[in-house]
Design a protein around this ligand. Structure first.
Ligand SMILES: [Zn+2]
Length: 417
């Protein structure tokens, strides 16, 4: 399988052929690749499919015939403009072949989205969350009911749903779909796999939101640059602090993780964190941490459960007007982030670009000084130079794209095989 002229980048283990791989495994990989290219590039003609995958014309013919038989793809005939003769045939993923549900749990609402097999969103609604009054059991019951409604609204059956992908801030179990700690429910664990055990054969996944943002951003950058991204970190700024890290290994496989950056120990400064510990990065750099320092209340004051953006804007305005404590609060936040990132870069042994996302990006003018200072204090940055910083203001679409790409990649490997 020749990947060199292809814009497609293998994302999963086993998608590349090893010399010892059996014919069957190669066929499965190739058909997964064809499905992936059709999803990321949209409907393609036979020749374009061949050049985008790097597969021979004969191989593409065999695979598309098989995928048509499995009703995963369909052909569309387009009349050739200005010519007589044969219509142009495009291969496309068949929308109804499978459906995926993506759920984003945030501090104020839960957003439910339904996407078809092409990855197009076909329905979405949002439900406000009762601030702090709902028990985990009540939350899971409402969650389950909302999924039923989403399925019914599109006149689908539960068996049409191939995957349910859930994201939240907090600490997710890597195996299984269990939320171990979240800003909303604290240490009361939420077991989604168990709560949805009667939901047909759908695969249930739970991700930290920053992992999905990083995954989707890598795909976007690869598409615009037409070359693989070797490494990328994304830092999400808001009430919580999140980090995602994507690293490509020598085999070309991209590993995306969301280390527990917000609750990494930053300093023995006595600042109380929402997680119950003291001195976490979030206790300095999360919105509630900035608020606490700006209002000069004791560092061990119990964190505000939610700080409206308008309140943060007020503090920022005061800081820009030269109010000392407000200015200092943002600078301390930047410093905690910069020092945390320099530690992460030292551990990764690599200076990777860092994309900053989330509502906190609107305060970059106030955070940058501390951030640069924190980065520059490390030997890693002094020797290897400061990382490139990208500001990405929008997060919601990235979360959705991450959900859908991961779900459909997995489904393709199963169905296409
Ligand atoms: Zn913490």
């Amino acid at each position: 399988m020749d990947q060199t002229k292809s814009g497609a980048v293998p994302m999963k283990d086993g998608q590349r052929a090893s010399p010892r791989a059996s014919t069957e495994a190669v066929r499965q990989q190739n058909s997964g690749l064809v499905l992936q290219v059709l999803r990321r590039e949209g409907p393609l003609a036979h020749t374009d499919l061949s050049s985008a995958t790097g597969l021979s014309s004969a191989t593409v013919s065999a695979i598309t015939a098989e995928l048509e038989k499995q009703t995963l793809i369909e052909r569309r005939e387009l009349p050739t403009a200005g010519h007589r003769g044969r219509p142009r045939v495009l291969f496309a993923r068949r929308r109804a072949a499978a459906h995926v549900i993506a759920v984003r749990i945030s501090s104020h609402a839960v957003q439910y989205s339904l996407a078809d097999y092409r990855g197009t969103m076909i329905d979405r609604f949002e439900e406000a969350r009762d601030q702090g009054t709902q028990s985990p059991a009540a939350f899971l019951a409402a969650f389950r009911a909302a999924l039923d409604r989403l399925v019914n609204r599109s006149r689908l059956a539960i068996s049409d749903i191939a995957s349910i992908s859930i994201s939240s801030k907090g600490l997710a179990d890597r195996e299984g779909a269990k939320l171990l700690w979240s800003p909303i429910f604290g240490y009361e664990a939420l077991d989604f796999e168990q709560a949805l055990s009667d939901f047909g054969t759908a695969r249930i996944h739970l991700f930290n939101e920053s992992l999905l943002v990083t995954h989707a951003l890598v795909l976007r950058l690869e598409k615009s640059r037409q070359q693989p991204v070797q490494s990328l970190a994304t830092l999400s700024l808001g009430h919580s602090i999140g980090l995602g890290v994507a690293l490509r290994d020598p085999q070309g496989h991209l590993d995306v993780r969301a280390p527990n950056f917000g609750h990494m120990l930053h300093s023995d400064d006595g600042k109380r964190c929402r997680c119950g510990a003291y001195g976490c990065i979030e206790a300095s750099a999360g919105f509630y941490g900035i608020l606490r320092t700006a209002f000069e209340v004791p560092p061990d004051t119990i964190p505000a459960s939610f700080v409206p953006l308008s309140e943060m804007e007020k503090i920022a305005t005061r800081a820009r007007q030269g109010h000392r404590a407000s200015e200092y609060a943002f600078r301390q936040a930047g410093l905690a982030l910069g020092q945390g990132l320099s530690r992460m870069l030292s551990l990764a042994e690599e200076t990777m670009p860092i994309a900053i996302t989330g509502p906190g990006t609107r305060f970059m003018d106030l955070l940058t000084r501390g951030l640069d200072e924190g980065l520059a204090q490390s030997q890693h940055v002094r020797v290897r130079g400061a990382p490139d910083i990208l500001i990405i203001t929008e997060e919601e679409t990235l979360v959705f794209e991450g959900h859908v790409d991961r779900s459909l990649s997995e489904i393709d490997m199963v169905l296409g095989g």
